[in-house]
Design a protein around this ligand. Structure first.
Ligand code: AMP
Length: 397
């Protein structure tokens, strides 16, 4: 039976996968796993839906350390765990869709050629996303593939929220606009909101996607009005190792006074800054919480402060706020960070329920008091399920 859906999320040094099975309702997760450290010391791991470890092994030492081999290794494992069932479709997470792709698309030769034109917009991610599509087209030519874009959800932003105040001709020619990212996560949240809070789903909701990468989005009737990430995933909130928004003249200063080149500045902005740079301790929230170093606490408070500022900005863009949602690794698990964000938002009508905020659960939940005029929710995101739904829909199943 062709009822399996394979989701591929390929990055520059890892390929993550999830395997779903089609059901009468939403697709159900069977396995998830990844090959990490592709060019260094590739390691494969996989778990079942309950989280039990099924594999954790190094790839053969004499095998090529590249994406192609990692993909074939992963595919072999998947195919030996399908129990006679077959793949109906493969869904890919693609970081950048440019202007060409505003919704998921079935992959064919024309789409692959068009995707190649997005490489200058995401030079690190796009080749990693596109490579597995090309490889799978020859490895499994009969299985349709669907590409789902992290930028697509943000194309509903009003034009002025997508523009930078740069000369129009230059910006258009170079594709310099506020693309926004984490779109599949926001789309998932938007898809489940009607079951959680109808007023939030039909009204004005600010969603905080707080993980290693962090961004926020203002949703009106479930559609994006404004998001904090822009041309790249560097704009907006500070993140694990990324600066978030800084004065662009800092870059000029680094070039002219410190004579730093593009690669050095890129490393500084993407890999050495954010929570890691501020704290000098770690990019990982859990390590910051357990550190006695005062700068670790300062980094946490800085992060919360910038989120609070953005809630104000996004609520202004929405002309009000009917709900606030936390999601992703930090948003779903870090009650202290949520408390630090919600407490200064009392002026907006946010009143956090301290006990509800401390509850640990994998389910969507409300963490504000009954009196809070703005309800606050924790909603676990599920980008892979969003891709699985799109993949089935795109091939008409
Ligand atoms: P993500 O990129 O969505 O996987 O999120 C990764 C981030 O979530 C890292 O900064 C982790 O430290 C953070 N995180 C995961 N679990 C917890 C937790 N229990 N408490 C605080 N932060 C957490």
């Amino acid at each position: 039976m062709n009822d399996l859906i394979l989701i591929i999320n390929a990055g520059s040094s890892s390929i993550k996968f999830s395997l779903f099975i089609q059901t009468a309702a939403d697709p159900a997760l069977l396995y998830k796993g990844q090959v990490e450290g592709i060019y260094v010391d590739p390691q494969f791991s996989a778990k079942n839906a309950a989280g039990d470890k099924l594999a954790d092994e190094k790839l053969p030492a004499d095998a090529p350390r590249n994406h192609d081999y990692a993909l074939r290794y992963l595919l072999n494992w998947v195919q030996s765990h399908t129990e006679g069932r077959k793949l109906a479709v493969i869904g890919h997470r693609v970081v950048h869709g440019g202007t060409a792709f505003t919704k998921p698309v079935k992959v064919d030769a024309g789409v692959l050629a068009e995707l190649d034109t997005t490489i200058p917009l995401a030079p690190l991610h796009a080749p990693a996303n596109i490579g597995p599509m090309k490889a799978l087209a020859s490895l499994l030519p009969d299985v349709p593939q669907v590409a789902c874009f992290d930028t697509a959800f943000h194309r509903t932003q009003p034009e002025i929220n997508q523009l930078y105040a740069l000369p129009v001709e230059l910006a258009e020619r170079e594709g310099i606009r506020r693309w926004g990212f984490h779109g599949l996560s926001y789309e998932y949240i938007s898809s489940v909101l009607p079951d959680i809070d109808v007023r939030a789903a039909t009204g004005r909701t600010v969603v905080c996607h707080l993980g290693n990468g962090a961004s926020m989005a203002a949703l009106h009737k479930g559609q994006c009005v404004l998001t904090t990430m822009g041309f790249t995933a560097l704009e907006g909130l500070p993140m694990g190792t990324r600066t978030g928004t800084i004065d662009p003249a800092i870059v000029l200063h680094l070039m002219t006074h410190l004579k730093m080149n593009a690669a050095e500045i890129e490393s500084l902005l993407y890999k050495e800054s954010g929570l890691l740079g501020l704290s000098g301790v770690s990019s990982d929230m859990r390590e910051l919480h357990s550190s006695a170093e005062p700068r670790a606490r300062m980094a946490i408070e800085y992060f919360a402060n910038r989120i609070v500022q953005q809630v104000g900005s996004l609520a202004a863009a929405l002309q009000g706020i009917d709900a606030l949602v936390f999601t992703a690794g930090i948003g779903e698990n870090d009650d202290e960070l949520r408390r630090l964000v919600c407490t200064p938002l009392q002026w907006l009508g946010v009143q956090i329920d301290e006990a509800a905020n401390k509850v640990r659960s994998g389910e969507p939940r409300r963490i504000s008091t009954a009196q809070s005029t703005v309800p606050v929710y924790v909603i676990p995101t599920n980008e892979e399920l969003m891709i699985a739904r799109h993949a089935l829909h795109c091939i008409g199943l």
